[in-house]
Design a protein around this ligand. Structure first.
Ligand SMILES: Nc1nc2c(ncn2[C@@H]2O[C@H](COP(=O)(O)OP(=O)(O)OP(=O)(O)O)[C@@H](O)[C@H]2O)c(=O)[nH]1
Length: 405
């Protein structure tokens, strides 16, 4: 039984990202894990911390919580690696009863991997399908780093969507290699695959994407010809013909993800490919990622929008402290990790103006996302070559596990 199953079986159902039934808002609550009560707790202020402890903290062996610095056990992490066993189901009795899926023998559910090269519109499409912005979207390639899980439910079905990092040929950093692993692990569990290409570009073979996805046996594959709004109808017909002729996919559908055109056609295609079976998640849940994951992604999106060239790619955003306060604004402390001091200087800007601008833009979006006021504190740190450091990459969640608290 993997960790995801255990979590969902033991946690109250309010701990996942929900779609409230009446309000068209998102309420996010992140999983709270029970800690081993016998775990040793040490108190130490950050000012006079031992260097060894500092290193263990940065490697993720220890974690700083309200009660002090405590050893970080596996229970502190949420595994997003495995596809849960449908028969064990993630649902407790209450949820099973609520879903009443035994009554509907035609209910369908399954996993869908959204694959493609960078900047083709995978995240835009995934957000449109989920009906909510879960993945960040920018005009720069390679902004998606993790697999982002989005859940689309109706009475008759549940589609579990993985938006993945763009497939790249040249892997410059260990981070790129890990990102491609995330593509593979999304594809390997998929019941069907959606490959997105940019219709405004000359047609290209999709072999590289298929190879990176490591699709062992043939799964139903849809090719989505995105950004059709950028070309003339006659051109769309030509592209369609080319992809039907030169790729081994089951169907080609032209869409404009940005404007939502054709998105329903994609959903209908997926639906015919999903196996019959019960839901994996309660129906009002939109994602399994915790609140802090989306907060970090919003800050990262703002970095991509505000800064140019290499700087955004050298940034890692970590939420180091997240306190919900019933009587005042929630307190969120974020660190931006860069690789060089020169990048830190650019991020902060003259008299701290650039960082202030960034923090304000991020705070406004976070408040919009969480539907509540927050106090956001942003700090910039330098960690040489973090993109090459396997331990740090794992700690930052690139190994398919993210901090749950
Ligand atoms: N005109 C037009 N632009 C689109 C469409 N879909 C996406 N875009 C734009 O294309 C750019 C890239 O979109 P993303 O959704 O971030 O692309 P991605 O494939 O997830 O990118 P990576 O993170 O590099 O993998 C953004 O500027 C989007 O606004 C579309 O249908 N029409």
């Amino acid at each position: 039984m993997d960790l995801t199953l255990q979590i969902s079986a033991t946690l109250p159902r309010d701990n996942l990202l929900h779609f409230p039934s009446k309000l068209n808002l998102t309420k996010l609550l992140y999983p709270r894990f029970t800690r081993n009560p016998f775990q040793e707790i040490s108190f130490q202020s950050s000012r006079n911390r031992e260097p060894v402890l500092e290193e263990q903290l940065s490697k993720g062996e220890y974690v700083e919580e309200e009660e002090g610095i405590i050893p970080c056990d596996d229970d502190s992490y949420l595994s997003l690696n495995e596809k849960p066993d449908r028969n064990l189901a993630l649902l407790d009795d209450y949820e099973m009863e609520e879903l009443d899926f035994a009554v509907d023998p035609n209910h369908r559910s399954g996993y869908v991997a959204v694959l493609g090269k960078p900047n083709v519109g995978k995240s835009t499409l995934s957000n449109q399908m989920v009906g909510q912005k879960l993945s960040i979207v920018t005009d720069k390639p390679q902004t998606t780093r993790h697999r982002i899980l989005g859940i689309i439910s109706s009475e008759e079905y549940q589609m579990i969507l993985y938006d993945t990092p763009g497939v790249i040929e040249k892997k410059m950093h260990q981070l790129d290699t890990v990102m491609m692993k995330n593509v593979r692990s999304a594809a390997v569990n998929a019941d069907c695959v959606v490959i997105v290409v940019d219709a405004s570009k000359m047609p290209q073979k999709i072999d590289e994407v298929l190879e990176e996805g490591n699709l062992k046996e043939k799964v139903p594959t849809l090719l989505v010809l995105n950004k059709k709004d950028l070309i003339k109808p006659g051109e769309i017909a030509k592209r369609l013909e080319w992809y039907e002729k030169f790729t081994d996919v089951d169907e080609v559908i032209p869409v404009s993800a940005k404007f939502g055109h054709g998105v329903e056609d994609i959903k209908n295609w997926i639906l015919t490919k999903l196996p019959i079976g019960p839901a994996y998640y309660p129906k009002d849940i939109a994602s399994e990622h915790p609140e802090r994951f989306f907060v970090a992604e919003i800050v990262r999106e703002k970095i991509f929008i505000q800064y140019r060239n290499e700087v955004p790619y050298a940034c890692q955003v970590n939420v180091v402290n997240y306190k919900t306060r019933p009587t005042s604004k929630d307190f969120i402390q974020v660190e931006i990790v860069v690789e060089k001091n020169t990048q830190k200087i650019i991020l902060i800007g003259k008299e701290g103006k650039a960082l202030k601008l960034l923090a304000t833009a991020a705070r406004l979006d976070i408040e919009d996302f969480l539907q509540k006021k927050v106090f956001l504190e942003v700090e910039v740190k330098v960690k040489d070559n973090w993109r090459q450091d396997e331990g740090l990459l794992k700690h930052y969640g690139y190994g398919g596990q993210i901090r749950a608290l």
